[in-house]
Design a protein around this ligand. Structure first.
Ligand SMILES: [Zn+2]
Length: 412
């Protein structure tokens, strides 16, 4: 295959804000034409935002439709426009991040993720200011995952013939207190059952080991002694939460319960990813799923419950967000670390049908660089991705191409 042929096989994707796609049929078609002219062959329009609202006329969740989108069928217009140009289309959904004024939280405040004190995320402080976003609990059942998100994805798949649905924020909070969620009532109740911290058939038995005859205390784990303290039911929720994160399997052993806490979270996310895929393929066989994920699944498993290596049976296209601000050092450091990251990700992502590293424009131009320098940085990043990732790449985002006046540089 020639270099030119390889280029045309390559996926070049663009995340797009709903507003960037236009507000009239003509504007939508112009936007798609412009993206096609710049070489993009995959568009990912944001159809459920971080405020919890849907940018299409949902019939099952009319209370969640953003004003202006109940009479304006953006997905249908995008479909028509992309189909005639052979452009692939993924519907971008913000999963577990909702606005504090969003309809899910208004109707079901009990579905929100809560910290040890029982408070939702919009009571946290981030960089000196109140955090106004609302994270929902991924683990609670019935809850936000199975009563809200999965039905929304199912309805979308039934109605719109998109190539795929696209997960984003498919995780626990990160910049906000990564170890403090979720300790909602449901998680405090369910995690010990899931982990087997108490034996249901003999709930009051401590089941201390008969012998303790092995040199290493933890070597006596396999009989599943009662892990919860005898006075568990009398503890304040904050102390129960602390025990679930910082306690030990053995009272005098290592403080190892965080292992189970982190595993509980990664399983909750994977379970949602599986249920979403089952709902989508049940509604429209052949429809795909893609996901925006963090750059290192080993680390994101621990910090945000996102070990995406486990998504592979239910996600076809994996898109790690290799953004400049997710790497330390100078711009040159970034290019070197990016090439290394892509090399590692290709191994982790080997079970996925398609691997497309993503990059973001805005952190490339943090220092107020001029237009020429911005274009040069964008080209340098794309060159590395095209060299290291033969299947393609995805750019964030259409609005920033406009804001930093980079459409022309891209066409070149
Ligand atoms: Zn919870």
């Amino acid at each position: 295959m020639t270099i030119e042929a390889a280029f045309f096989e390559m996926t070049r994707g663009l995340w797009c804000g709903a507003g960037d796609c236009g507000r009239t049929p003509g504007e939508v078609d112009d936007f798609v034409a412009r993206a096609a002219g710049a070489g993009f062959n995959l568009l990912l329009p944001e159809l459920k935002g971080g405020h919890g609202l849907l940018r299409y006329p949902s019939r099952e969740f009319p209370q969640a439709v953003e004003p202006g989108y109940s009479d304006f069928d953006l997905p249908s217009l995008l479909l028509a426009s992309c189909r005639k140009r052979g452009i692939e289309l993924h519907a971008w959904f913000i999963d577990f991040f909702e606005g504090e004024g969003g309809p899910a939280y208004a109707a079901h405040p009990e579905w929100a993720a809560r910290n040890a004190q029982g408070r939702p995320t919009n009571e946290e402080t981030l960089r000196g200011e109140r955090f106004t976003g609302l994270w929902m609990c991924p683990a609670q059942r019935p809850g936000y995952s199975d009563q809200w998100l999965v039905p929304i994805l199912r309805e979308f798949a039934e109605r719109y013939d998109f190539d795929a649905l696209h997960h984003d924020y498919v995780r626990y909070p990160g910049d906000l207190a990564p170890d403090q969620y979720c300790f909602c009532d449901s998680c405090i109740e369910s995690l010990p059952q899931w982990a087997g911290y108490v034996n249901e058939a003999r709930p009051d038995e401590a089941f201390d080991h008969a012998l303790y005859d092995r040199e290493y205390l933890e070597a006596h784990w396999e009989q599943s002694p009662r892990v919860l303290p005898a006075y568990w039911d009398r503890l304040h929720r904050a102390e129960r939460s602390r025990f679930l994160l910082e306690g030990g399997y053995f009272r005098y052993g290592r403080q190892d319960l965080d292992y189970f806490f982190y595993r509980w979270r990664t399983e909750a996310i994977v379970r949602f990813v599986r249920e979403a895929a089952e709902a989508v393929s049940g509604a429209r066989p052949g429809m795909g799923l893609s996901a925006a994920v963090f750059k290192n699944p080993v680390q994101s498993g621990r910090f945000i419950g996102q070990d995406w290596r486990e998504f592979s049976p239910w996600v076809d296209t994996l898109i790690p967000m290799d953004y400049r601000d997710h790497f330390p050092g100078s711009f040159d450091d970034y290019l070197a670390l990016l090439a290394e990251a892509v090399g590692r990700q290709k191994v982790w992502a080997s079970e996925f049908k398609r691997y497309l590293p993503g990059f973001a424009l805005w952190p490339l131009v943090q220092g107020g660089e001029n237009e020429t320098e911005r274009g040069a940085r964008m080209r340098a990043t794309i060159e590395i991705l095209q060299t290291e990732s033969p299947q393609g790449w995805v750019m964030f985002c259409a609005g920033d191409l406009e804001k930093y006046r980079l459409w022309e540089a891209l066409v070149e």
